[in-house]
Design a binder for this molecule. Structure first.
Ligand code: ATP
Ligand code: ZN
Ligand code: MG
Length: 503
């Protein structure tokens, strides 16, 4: 890596004594080059190689090849220079400006094609990438933007190698084969019967009594057979999630295109809405443009998964040892996702219902809990729903890429997907649907939300029971005629409520 930074220190006022300052600077640079710019460096550190004072500005060129990057050096220089100028001339430093900055980034793999990132120009030549930044303010040097830009370049090159590849998938358990009672698509059948009807907005369903009864039975099974026996306690969370929360969890960089954003009105003052109301009265249409004027930019979105708001509720808390592991679940708030293409029936929708459980505890506690969870889930899928299903260990491709998969520490993190065969889609060799998962994410979220144990290092994880997916898996294999349902499920729902008759 090579760093070559030209920066400008803006002083609180001009230095009068011309001769004097060049001597002062020469001494300062000598001292800095041998002191603060070397401190803690494994190699030669950073070095000021050019400097110049004019008016109320001091310009410097700081180069480095190693672990004190030039921008880090500049921040150190600011502090020392400010002290020295204060002592000598009673002058302070108002700010540092980045004039230009060239960074040659070593990358492990060659870039396969050109790409760009914000705030910089990139020159990409195989495994050498040169990043040029110019004319930026102080936050650029202080706030680690540059390091994050270097990481982003590396990440984008890595991503070019796994584009289009699937996640790593390894079977860990599978049930015996079970003969399905039919091969129909349950969503289609339920729609024909009027049990489900499309909602008034994209990808959302209205569940009439028979369909609602089946989904509620699934919820009761999840809660009574899995969640409560393992000691989880119910919580109720808000439906809106602040964008700040998703900044912490990573959703905002992970799936910004899947979020339903929420806008607050600019005001509830009727005067401000008068024109809008008048337009509605006259046109009997939605005046979209006028509406947009009356809305603020979104600062939140609709729940995507329940866990981020659960973690937010623990923000900054230290949890006593005797309260560990913390076990909670949420089943009130639906999850909304902009699925765009790929919507199908009730199994891939823009609004779905989940029971999500969250566990926070020591690594050992979570590993033990995961075994118990698997045991309870097995009981449900084998003895109550009698499904043909399987479990697989999945690792996102980037983790494999980093050589993390297979490493014991990382495998104790990671996700187990639960999948069921959907006979209506075709062959059991390939037509499986993920209907829930169990994740342990290590300290990712406890760190992001600053959640600490009294003594223990805390890990966390979650398991999301997708009720639409449970329902699709069950109905695809067992049909919609209660007569043919397995006895374990009949205990929860033996007959269906009637439908209104439509003329
Ligand atoms: P996929 O890869 O299928 O999009 P995902 O990785 O987005 O799934 P998760 O975020 O892990 O899914 O969500 C956990 C659970 O939520 C899934 O196992 C499933 O039960 C449910 N789920 C996710 N997306 C949908 C959807 N669009 N419609 C219905 N259920 C869903
Ligand atoms: Zn979750
Ligand atoms: Mg998804």
């Amino acid at each position: 890596m090579k760093f070559d930074l030209r920066c400008k220190f803006i002083l609180s006022k001009e230095v009068d004594e011309k001769e004097d300052i060049s001597n002062f600077l020469k001494n300062f640079v000598d001292e800095a080059n041998n002191g603060i710019l070397k401190r803690g460096a494994a190699d030669s550190g950073a070095k000021i190689v050019e400097w110049n004072a004019e008016g109320n500005k001091i310009e410097m060129r700081i180069v480095s090849e190693g672990n004190i990057r030039s921008h880090e050096g500049a921040v150190r220089v600011r502090k020392a220079l400010s002290a020295a100028l204060g002592k000598e001339y009673k002058i302070g430093i108002r700010e540092i400006l980045l004039v230009d900055y060239a960074i040659v980034i070593d990358v492990e793999q060659k870039a396969l094609k050109k790409f760009s990132i914000p705030f910089a120009e990139l020159k990409i030549d195989g495994s050498e990438v040169e990043m040029k930044i110019s004319n930026k303010g102080e936050e650029f040097l202080r706030e680690n933007y540059v390091d994050r830009m270097i990481n982003l370049v590396r990440e984008k090159i890595k991503a070019q190698y796994y584009e289009g590849k699937k996640e790593y998938w390894e079977l860990i358990w599978k049930s015996e084969e079970k003969e399905p009672v039919w091969h129909a698509d349950p969503s289609e059948e339920m729609q024909k019967l009027g049990w489900i009807v499309p909602g008034s907005t994209k990808g959302k369903w209205f569940y009439r009594p028979p369909a609602a009864a089946i989904m509620k039975a699934m919820e009761r099974i999840a809660v009574e057979e899995v969640v409560l026996p393992l000691g989880f306690k119910e919580v109720i969370e808000p439906m809106h999630v602040s964008l700040d929360t998703w900044l912490r969890t990573g959703h905002l960089e992970g799936m910004p295109g899947e979020i339903y954003y929420i806008s607050e009105p600019v005001t509830r003052d009727e005067k401000q809405w008068e024109h809008f109301i008048d337009l509605v009265k006259i046109t009997k249409e939605v005046p979209e443009e006028e509406l947009r004027k009356n809305l603020k930019a979104p600062k939140a979105g609709v729940c995507y998964a329940q866990c981020p708001n659960i973690y937010f509720s623990f923000l900054g808390k230290t949890i006593s040892e005797s309260s560990l592991p913390v076990l909670v679940f949420e089943r009130t708030v639906p999850s909304d996702r902009y699925e765009s293409g790929g919507r199908h029936g009730i199994e891939r929708v823009d609004e779905f219902h989940r029971v999500e459980i969250v566990y926070i505890g020591t690594k050992e506690q979570l590993l033990e809990l995961r075994e118990k969870l698997i045991e309870r889930y097995k009981h449900v899928f084998n003895d109550i729903l009698e499904l043909e299903w399987r479990m697989a260990q999945v690792t996102p491709f980037y983790m494999q890429q980093a050589g993390i998969a297979g490493h014991e520490e990382e495998m104790s993190k990671g996700t187990i997907d639960f999948e069921a065969w959907l006979p209506y889609r075709g062959d059991r060799s390939k037509e499986w649907l993920e209907f829930q998962n169990i994740s342990i994410v290590g300290d990712k979220y406890t760190r992001a939300f600053n959640i600490k144990g009294q003594r223990s290092q805390l890990w966390s994880g979650c398991s999301g029971v997708g009720l639409e997916r449970w329902m699709v898996a069950f109905l695809s294999q067992k049909g919609i005629d209660p007569e043919k349902w397995p006895p374990g499920f009949k205990k929860y729902l033996s007959e269906l409520p009637s439908m209104p008759e439509f003329l």
